[in-house]
Design a protein around this ligand. Structure first.
Ligand code: GDP
Length: 313
């Protein structure tokens, strides 16, 4: 990518898209194209086609998606499968039609089977049944991967796919009904500390294991792969380190300064027991995560404090 190439970041207001924009600016890219939801409905094929015909970007980061935690995925399966299929199909096809040089598609680690051997290698895709709480989202993401691979094979379109692990960072969703576990715990502990509450509820048994990656690390990996990688095979992007939800709760309480106790609620779903990506392919390609979990959680907590008024509205 040259510094004045036109680079479209779809989903620039989301956790991932915003981090990619920050990184592009930091690295001196000057021609970054974005569109708000009011300007462009990514679920509308006609609007997306018209947008690409008019703006003709050179590169596309496809970071737009309907995302959410275990509860949101479980409650709104139709919204998750429909919106993700529409957004990615519209953008990938329009990018190919309008001569985009390369597109980067962001999948998710939930594309792998529920009881996948750990750590999960790229080749385990489609080797077993999916976790049921988020299979709608996962099926859409798998369709996106296959679409990139099919366009690669049939049209020679350079579309690459990254599979990030659980992400967190500034700009995360702190709405307790929709968020992922890490921002949810930061908020719950913060509010308990503020109100003098002595006990906080954490969903599930606390035993599931999850890997977390700071979104600034994902943005760095995305730019690295956009520059250096052009193959249809998917690439896992993770930190390679996992913690139990119980350990994460302990760390979150420490970061926030909450001194009360945690009560696990096994009535709420645990989801998949373990979700650790094998990142040896990415390591061989020459990239590794840099931001340690505690440090990343501290800066995320600072961002939460700075934006708490907006978050509560
Ligand atoms: P997942 O990785 O797709 O399962 O999504 P989440 O990040 O939403 O959940 C990860 C794990 O954290 C699950 O076992 C949840 O039950 C557990 N968890 C514990 N407390 C919470 C909470 O307050 N919110 C969310 N979203 N998950 C929680």
């Amino acid at each position: 990518m040259k510094s004045n190439d036109k680079i479209y970041v779809a989903g620039h207001r989301g956790l991932v898209g915003a981090a990619i924009c920050r990184r592009l600016e930091q690295d001196g890219y000057t021609n970054i194209l974005t569109s708000t939801h009011a300007e462009l409905d990514l679920c509308s094929q006609a609007e997306v086609q018209a947008f690409f015909q008019k703006s003709r970007p050179d590169y596309v980061f496809l970071a737009a998606a309907r995302v959410g935690g275990i509860h949101a995925n479980n409650t709104f399966p139709a919204d998750f499968i429909r919106d993700n299929l529409l957004i990615q199909t519209n953008i990938i096809d329009a990018a190919y039609q309008e001569g985009v040089q390369k597109l980067l598609f962001l999948g998710s680690s939930c594309i792998y089977p529920k009881l996948c051997p750990q750590p999960m290698k790229e080749e385990y895709l489609l080797t077993g049944p999916l976790e049921t709480t988020n299979e709608w989202y996962a099926i859409a993401k798998i369709a996106g991967i296959k679409m990139c691979q099919a366009y690669h094979r049939q049209y020679g379109f350079s579309a690459i796919s990254l599979m990030p692990t659980n992400l967190y960072g500034p700009g995360d969703n702190f709405d307790l009904k929709k968020s992922h576990v890490l921002p949810a715990l930061i908020r719950k502990f913060h509010e308990a500390k503020e109100s003098g509450q002595v006990e906080v509820e954490v969903w599930g048994t606390g035993s599931p294991q999850r890997e977390f990656l700071h979104v600034d690390d994902l943005a760095a990996a995305s730019l690295f792969l956009m520059e250096t990688y052009s193959e249809p095979e998917i690439v896992n992007v993770g930190s390679g380190q996992e913690v139990t939800i119980g350990e994460l709760a302990k760390l979150a309480a420490e970061v926030v300064g909450f001194q009360g106790t945690v009560r696990f609620n096994p009535e709420m779903p645990d989801g998949t027991p373990r979700k650790l990506l094998d990142v040896s392919f990415l390591t061989r390609l020459g990239w590794q995560a840099e931001i340690p979990l505690k440090e990343g959680m501290e800066s995320t907590y600072r961002w939460f404090i700075d934006n708490i008024t907006d978050i509560r509205q």
